[in-house]
Design a protein around this ligand. Structure first.
Ligand code: 5GP
Ligand code: ZN
Length: 141
């Protein structure tokens, strides 16, 4: 497993050096409440192995995180009956990442809550979309 990072707040939570409201734990994953919730029930799922972001995380840890997020989201659904749930995951400062240990937000939504996660849906330029698909496929290797 990736070594904990001394300056990583989530590694400190995993180690038990900082308390959390724990929801679920197994050998790969920890889920706990976010202490700055946007809505009631906002929580986080993280791999125990430190990885800065999606690009750095191991596939097995990502798989474990999404399975745990599904389980936690089901419990959030039953516990707080939100109008919907977003799974949110940021990579890099430009995407709004503030803690550099991979995490998935289980983000309950309320109608009209104003969370800035939704963007306008207008038809794109199909030629440009096709070009970008080619570029992304080529980059996938
Ligand atoms: P990001 O901005 O990286 O997508 O999300 C980081 C999240 O971690 C934020 O929602 C923030 O509230 C949460 N967070 C930061 N520090 C702590 C902490 O010490 N404990 C808990 N439970 N959540 C934290
Ligand atoms: Zn960490």
């Amino acid at each position: 497993m990736a070594a904990p990072h001394d300056d990583c707040i989530f590694c400190k939570i995993i180690a038990g050096d900082i308390p959390c409201f724990k929801l679920l734990e197994d050998e790969r994953v920890l889920a706990f409440m976010d202490i700055n919730p946007f809505n009631d029930g906002h929580c986080l799922v993280i791999p125990k192995a430190h990885a800065e972001n999606l690009h750095a995380a191991a596939d097995d840890d990502l798989a474990a995180c999404i399975a745990a997020a599904k389980r936690v989201a089901g419990a959030v659904e039953r516990a707080v009956a939100p109008d919907g749930i977003n799974l949110v995951q940021a990579n890099g400062v430009g995407a709004g990442q503030s803690v550099f240990h991979f995490h998935i937000h289980v983000f309950p939504r309320r109608a009209g809550d104003g969370a800035m996660l939704n963007w306008r849906q207008e038809p794109g330029d199909m030629a440009r979309i096709g070009e970008l698909a080619d570029e992304i496929r080529a980059a996938m290797g």
